[in-house]
Design a protein around this ligand. Structure first.
Ligand code: SF4
Ligand code: SF4
Length: 434
């Protein structure tokens, strides 16, 4: 990675200036300190919303140069929005942080590996399939050799051995590679939906995708599998806004072509970011318009089931269940009641509310890779709270949280299962009435 020090260039100055009022609105009151998961474990001012806004104001006012010393403060944030929710001044710090990351990336450059992944791999499903399959084979046949050959482990740094343990098994066949399991049109369907298959679901948790399809069909929907690419959230979170826009344009085109009642996804991060597409194109009226046209059809699975009604459930589930709120569901989309409402409708379940259910689990996209140690400290708090519920099953609605929670429960030797909401409903659907 080539690093230089410098003042932001013209375009970065423009984007930083655009957030100046937002940054300056932070009155340094410190209400955000008590809710920031990173501050809770580090106690460092630079890692909390107030610190982020001070740094950004200093850059914009010319007191601070963009330099590699800023990488840690800018990137050590989960983008969980807990600070935003608790800020009386309404400062949207997560947005400010991403704008700061974008300025950093453009001024100092990004690593070749990240650039390759964001611009060459994510837009190309064949390349994605190749690298994920290589990683899956590597896991079965000597992971270090295979991943080292791809240069991937360098990125993980000193925690590489622990990072690769995050996902226990990578399936050899993705959801998209198993067309025989996909549904055709449902005769007499009440409605037709397009299913946006997120990368996490497709590659790491394909069984969640099967469940989603079965649940939607049981709810009376014909399901078309959308020919989408990555939603663009990973490059966006890193500040690579051009790569995010390129992926968004591809998805907008395929979504705009679909004549369906809704576009549904089981990934809370994808649904949240897809809904934000119009904001990505403030300077591109054509795509802003196209994204805005698609926007009303975009639904998280639980949101859509809440609207059309959950399928009739032939069985019951004798289990104590709790629910973890992914930040991208609860804080980004205000979808808090919808998943709980669905769980409460399943006969036999004893629901136990999770203490601090909205506290981030520490996955935060790739935060658990970049800051593995801190991510595990954030996760430990979540696992301790899960323990208190005595739950047999913890349900969530985002693959990144799903993988992170399963990792945490394994680390703590807790015999509690992690299920996506779609799998939970599907488990009851699969039962035949006695
Ligand atoms: S971000 Fe909001 S809560 Fe935090 S110090 Fe600034 S004004 Fe206060
Ligand atoms: S977004 Fe989350 S991690 Fe980042 S400063 Fe706000 S509360 Fe802390």
């Amino acid at each position: 990675m080539e690093l230089r020090e410098g003042r932001p260039g013209k375009s970065e100055e423009g984007s930083l200036l655009a957030i100046y009022d937002e940054v300056a609105r932070c009155n340094r009151c410190g209400f955000c300190l008590s809710v920031c998961p990173v501050y809770a474990i580090t106690g460092e001012e630079r890692a909390v919303a107030r610190g982020h806004n001070v740094h950004l104001q200093d850059i914009i006012e010319g007191r601070l140069m963009i330099s590699k010393e800023l990488k840690q403060p800018l990137f050590d944030c989960l983008l969980c929005r807990a600070c935003v929710e608790n800020c009386m001044s309404g400062v949207i710090t997560h947005h400010n942080v991403i704008t700061g990351r974008a300025a950093y990336m453009r001024t100092l450059g990004q690593s070749r590996l990240l650039g390759f992944v964001f611009s060459k791999v994510l837009p190309d499903p064949k390349k994605m399939d190749f690298y994920v399959r290589a990683a899956a084979l590597g896991k079965r046949t000597g992971l270090d050799r295979a991943l080292s050959a791809l240069g991937v482990l360098k990125w993980f740094g000193r925690d590489k051995d622990k990072v690769v343990d995050l996902i226990q098994h990578l399936p050899l066949r993705t959801f998209r590679q198993s067309p025989e399991d996909h549904p055709g049109d449902l005769e007499d369907a009440d409605r037709t939906v397009a299913y946006f298959v997120g990368c996490g679901t497709n590659y790491a948790l394909p069984y969640v995708a099967y469940s989603t399809v079965r649940v939607l069909k049981a709810a009376g929907c014909s399901v078309r599998i959308l020919d989408n690419v990555c939603c663009g959230l990973p490059p966006f979170s890193y500040g690579d806004l051009d790569a995010a826009r390129e992926l968004a344009r591809r998805n907008i085109e395929v979504m705009a072509e679909m004549e369906v009642d809704a576009i549904v996804t089981d990934c809370g991060s994808c649904s949240s970011f897809l809904k934000e597409y119009p904001d990505l194109f403030m300077d591109d009226p054509l795509y802003k318009e196209k994204a805005s046209t698609v926007r009303p059809k975009l639904k998280a699975l639980s949101e859509y089931l809440g609207e059309i009604g959950i399928p009739e459930l032939p069985g019951s589930l004798d289990a104590r269940v709790t629910y973890h709120d992914p930040c991208h569901m609860s804080r980004y989309q205000n979808l808090v009641n919808e998943p709980r409402e669905i769980i409460s409708r399943i006969p036999g379940i004893e629901y136990q509310e999770l203490p601090e259910a909205g506290w981030c689990c520490g996955a935060a996209g790739t935060y658990n890779i970049s800051y593995y140690g801190q991510s595990m400290q954030v996760l430990d708090r979540k696992v301790e709270n899960i323990k208190k519920t005595g739950a047999d099953i913890v349900v969530t609605t985002c693959p990144a949280c799903n993988i992170q929670l399963a990792h945490g429960l394994r680390r703590h030797g807790l015999g509690c299962e992690v299920l996506d909401l779609a799998e939970l409903v599907d488990r009851v659907l699969m039962q035949t009435p006695s």
